[in-house]
Design a protein around this ligand. Sequence first.
Ligand code: FMN
Length: 204
Amino acid sequence: MQISPAESSTRDIYRHMVSLITPRPIAWVTTVSESGITNLAPFSFFNGVGANPPTLMFCPVNRRDGSFKHSLVNAMATGEFVVHVVSFDLAETMNDTSADFDEETSEIEALGIETVDSIYVAPPRIKAAPAAFECKVDRVIHLNEGPAAANIVIGQVVMMHIRDDILGDDGLADPAKLDAVGRLGRSDYARTTDRFSLERARVN
Ligand SMILES: Cc1cc2nc3c(=O)[nH]c(=O)nc-3n(C[C@H](O)[C@H](O)[C@H](O)COP(=O)(O)O)c2cc1C
Protein backbone atom coordinates (compact mmCIF):
# COMPACT_ATOMS: atom_id res chain seq x y z
CA MET A 1 0.00 0.00 0.00
CA GLN A 2 1.22 3.47 -0.79
CA ILE A 3 -0.37 6.76 0.15
CA SER A 4 0.25 10.02 -1.62
CA PRO A 5 -0.70 12.89 0.71
CA ALA A 6 -1.45 15.03 -2.33
CA GLU A 7 -4.28 12.63 -3.26
CA SER A 8 -5.59 11.86 0.24
CA SER A 9 -7.90 13.63 2.67
CA THR A 10 -6.47 15.24 5.79
CA ARG A 11 -8.55 12.82 7.87
CA ASP A 12 -7.07 9.73 6.18
CA ILE A 13 -3.53 11.06 6.37
CA TYR A 14 -4.00 11.78 10.07
CA ARG A 15 -5.40 8.30 10.77
CA HIS A 16 -2.48 6.62 8.99
CA MET A 17 0.09 8.81 10.75
CA VAL A 18 -1.22 8.12 14.24
CA SER A 19 -1.52 4.39 13.49
CA LEU A 20 2.10 4.23 12.33
CA ILE A 21 3.99 6.68 14.54
CA THR A 22 3.67 4.64 17.71
CA PRO A 23 3.91 4.38 20.62
CA ARG A 24 3.77 8.10 21.30
CA PRO A 25 4.49 9.55 24.75
CA ILE A 26 1.70 11.68 26.15
CA ALA A 27 2.15 15.21 27.45
CA TRP A 28 -0.64 16.01 29.91
CA VAL A 29 -0.51 19.78 29.83
CA THR A 30 -1.75 22.38 32.31
CA THR A 31 -2.05 26.01 31.25
CA VAL A 32 -3.88 29.07 32.57
CA SER A 33 -5.90 31.46 30.41
CA GLU A 34 -5.39 35.21 30.48
CA SER A 35 -8.54 35.46 32.61
CA GLY A 36 -7.17 32.89 35.08
CA ILE A 37 -9.06 29.72 34.09
CA THR A 38 -6.95 26.57 34.45
CA ASN A 39 -6.87 24.11 31.54
CA LEU A 40 -5.72 20.49 31.28
CA ALA A 41 -5.46 18.42 28.07
CA PRO A 42 -3.36 15.54 26.66
CA PHE A 43 -1.13 15.76 23.58
CA SER A 44 0.71 12.82 22.02
CA PHE A 45 2.44 14.81 19.30
CA PHE A 46 5.03 15.36 21.98
CA ASN A 47 8.67 14.77 22.76
CA GLY A 48 11.81 16.05 24.39
CA VAL A 49 14.07 17.72 21.83
CA GLY A 50 17.29 18.64 23.66
CA ALA A 51 18.93 18.97 27.05
CA ASN A 52 21.02 22.13 26.83
CA PRO A 53 18.88 23.97 27.66
CA PRO A 54 16.31 21.28 28.54
CA THR A 55 13.68 21.64 25.85
CA LEU A 56 10.48 19.85 24.87
CA MET A 57 7.66 20.40 22.43
CA PHE A 58 4.01 19.48 22.03
CA CYS A 59 1.72 20.10 19.10
CA PRO A 60 -1.90 21.22 19.48
CA VAL A 61 -3.21 20.92 15.93
CA ASN A 62 -6.01 23.22 14.80
CA ARG A 63 -9.58 22.10 15.45
CA ARG A 64 -11.81 21.03 12.54
CA ASP A 65 -13.05 24.62 12.21
CA GLY A 66 -9.45 25.80 11.99
CA SER A 67 -9.43 27.42 15.44
CA PHE A 68 -6.67 27.09 18.03
CA LYS A 69 -7.13 24.74 21.00
CA HIS A 70 -7.27 26.30 24.47
CA SER A 71 -3.86 24.94 25.51
CA LEU A 72 -2.27 26.71 22.55
CA VAL A 73 -4.13 29.97 23.13
CA ASN A 74 -3.11 29.93 26.81
CA ALA A 75 0.53 29.00 26.18
CA MET A 76 0.82 31.80 23.62
CA ALA A 77 -0.88 34.34 25.89
CA THR A 78 0.96 33.55 29.14
CA GLY A 79 4.18 31.90 27.96
CA GLU A 80 3.88 29.09 30.50
CA PHE A 81 2.76 25.45 30.75
CA VAL A 82 3.42 22.28 32.72
CA VAL A 83 3.82 18.85 31.08
CA HIS A 84 2.97 15.75 33.16
CA VAL A 85 3.89 12.14 32.52
CA VAL A 86 0.79 9.90 32.36
CA SER A 87 1.02 6.67 34.36
CA PHE A 88 -1.39 3.77 33.81
CA ASP A 89 -3.47 4.62 36.89
CA LEU A 90 -4.11 8.11 35.45
CA ALA A 91 -4.98 7.02 31.90
CA GLU A 92 -8.75 7.25 32.24
CA THR A 93 -8.64 10.63 33.94
CA MET A 94 -6.22 11.84 31.26
CA ASN A 95 -8.67 10.68 28.59
CA ASP A 96 -11.55 12.45 30.37
CA THR A 97 -9.63 15.73 30.08
CA SER A 98 -9.50 15.40 26.28
CA ALA A 99 -13.24 16.06 26.00
CA ASP A 100 -14.23 19.28 24.25
CA PHE A 101 -14.82 21.49 27.31
CA ASP A 102 -15.68 25.11 26.53
CA GLU A 103 -13.10 27.78 27.25
CA GLU A 104 -14.88 28.98 30.39
CA THR A 105 -14.69 25.51 31.98
CA SER A 106 -11.61 24.25 33.78
CA GLU A 107 -11.15 20.50 33.22
CA ILE A 108 -9.34 20.48 36.57
CA GLU A 109 -12.36 21.85 38.42
CA ALA A 110 -15.00 20.02 36.37
CA LEU A 111 -13.34 16.64 36.99
CA GLY A 112 -12.19 17.38 40.55
CA ILE A 113 -8.50 16.80 39.83
CA GLU A 114 -6.20 17.65 42.73
CA THR A 115 -3.37 20.08 41.98
CA VAL A 116 -0.47 21.71 43.78
CA ASP A 117 1.26 25.01 43.03
CA SER A 118 4.17 25.00 40.62
CA ILE A 119 7.39 26.75 41.63
CA TYR A 120 8.29 28.94 38.64
CA VAL A 121 5.10 29.07 36.55
CA ALA A 122 1.43 29.87 37.17
CA PRO A 123 -0.15 26.67 35.76
CA PRO A 124 -0.58 24.21 38.65
CA ARG A 125 0.79 20.68 38.83
CA ILE A 126 -1.33 17.54 38.87
CA LYS A 127 -0.66 16.08 42.31
CA ALA A 128 -1.05 12.43 41.28
CA ALA A 129 1.29 12.63 38.26
CA PRO A 130 4.57 10.74 38.73
CA ALA A 131 6.61 13.48 37.01
CA ALA A 132 6.11 17.04 35.77
CA PHE A 133 8.09 19.58 33.78
CA GLU A 134 7.46 23.27 34.47
CA CYS A 135 8.06 25.09 31.17
CA LYS A 136 8.43 28.60 29.78
CA VAL A 137 7.50 28.99 26.12
CA ASP A 138 10.60 29.40 23.96
CA ARG A 139 8.65 29.87 20.72
CA VAL A 140 5.52 28.76 18.92
CA ILE A 141 5.68 27.74 15.27
CA HIS A 142 2.53 27.70 13.12
CA LEU A 143 3.15 25.47 10.10
CA ASN A 144 -0.11 26.15 8.27
CA GLU A 145 -3.69 27.34 8.68
CA GLY A 146 -6.94 25.36 8.61
CA PRO A 147 -8.10 22.03 10.09
CA ALA A 148 -5.41 19.77 11.64
CA ALA A 149 -2.62 22.21 10.80
CA ALA A 150 0.34 21.90 13.16
CA ASN A 151 1.28 24.37 15.85
CA ILE A 152 4.50 23.48 17.61
CA VAL A 153 4.85 24.80 21.15
CA ILE A 154 8.51 24.66 22.18
CA GLY A 155 9.17 25.03 25.88
CA GLN A 156 12.24 25.37 28.05
CA VAL A 157 12.06 23.26 31.19
CA VAL A 158 12.66 25.42 34.25
CA MET A 159 11.86 22.79 36.90
CA MET A 160 11.45 19.01 36.92
CA HIS A 161 9.43 17.19 39.56
CA ILE A 162 9.95 13.44 39.99
CA ARG A 163 8.03 11.59 42.67
CA ASP A 164 10.55 9.91 44.97
CA ASP A 165 8.78 6.55 44.99
CA ILE A 166 9.32 6.03 41.24
CA LEU A 167 13.11 6.39 41.48
CA GLY A 168 15.42 3.41 40.99
CA ASP A 169 18.67 2.80 42.87
CA ASP A 170 20.54 4.80 40.20
CA GLY A 171 18.48 7.93 40.96
CA LEU A 172 16.61 7.81 37.65
CA ALA A 173 12.95 7.01 37.05
CA ASP A 174 12.48 3.24 37.16
CA PRO A 175 10.29 2.37 34.14
CA ALA A 176 8.37 -0.26 36.12
CA LYS A 177 7.52 2.24 38.83
CA LEU A 178 6.83 5.08 36.37
CA ASP A 179 4.38 2.81 34.51
CA ALA A 180 4.01 5.35 31.68
CA VAL A 181 1.46 4.79 28.93
CA GLY A 182 1.85 5.54 25.22
CA ARG A 183 -0.65 6.33 22.51
CA LEU A 184 -1.23 4.00 19.55
CA GLY A 185 -3.72 4.38 16.69
CA ARG A 186 -7.50 3.88 16.95
CA SER A 187 -8.47 3.83 20.63
CA ASP A 188 -5.42 1.84 21.69
CA TYR A 189 -2.70 2.55 24.22
CA ALA A 190 0.51 0.75 25.18
CA ARG A 191 1.90 0.06 28.63
CA THR A 192 5.63 -0.11 29.38
CA THR A 193 5.38 -3.44 31.19
CA ASP A 194 7.13 -5.42 28.41
CA ARG A 195 10.67 -4.13 28.03
CA PHE A 196 14.08 -5.23 26.71
CA SER A 197 17.60 -3.80 26.94
CA LEU A 198 20.27 -3.09 24.34
CA GLU A 199 23.70 -1.72 25.19
CA ARG A 200 24.56 1.27 22.99
CA ALA A 201 26.39 0.17 19.85
CA ARG A 202 30.00 1.26 19.31
CA VAL A 203 32.35 1.25 16.36
CA ASN A 204 35.11 -1.22 17.35
C1 FMN B 1 -4.05 10.46 24.36
C2 FMN B 1 -4.47 11.69 23.60
C3 FMN B 1 -3.53 12.36 22.83
C4 FMN B 1 -3.89 13.52 22.13
N1 FMN B 1 -2.94 14.15 21.38
C5 FMN B 1 -3.24 15.28 20.74
C6 FMN B 1 -2.24 15.98 19.99
O1 FMN B 1 -1.07 15.60 19.93
N2 FMN B 1 -2.61 17.14 19.37
C7 FMN B 1 -3.88 17.62 19.46
O2 FMN B 1 -4.14 18.69 18.90
N3 FMN B 1 -4.84 16.99 20.15
C8 FMN B 1 -4.56 15.85 20.80
N4 FMN B 1 -5.51 15.21 21.54
C9 FMN B 1 -6.86 15.83 21.64
C10 FMN B 1 -6.87 16.96 22.66
O3 FMN B 1 -6.53 16.48 23.95
C11 FMN B 1 -8.30 17.59 22.70
O4 FMN B 1 -8.55 18.23 21.46
C12 FMN B 1 -8.50 18.58 23.83
O5 FMN B 1 -9.88 18.90 23.92
C13 FMN B 1 -7.73 19.88 23.65
O6 FMN B 1 -8.03 20.67 24.78
P1 FMN B 1 -7.83 22.23 24.85
O7 FMN B 1 -8.70 22.88 23.80
O8 FMN B 1 -8.28 22.52 26.26
O9 FMN B 1 -6.37 22.52 24.64
C14 FMN B 1 -5.21 14.03 22.22
C15 FMN B 1 -6.17 13.34 22.98
C16 FMN B 1 -5.80 12.18 23.66
C17 FMN B 1 -6.83 11.44 24.49
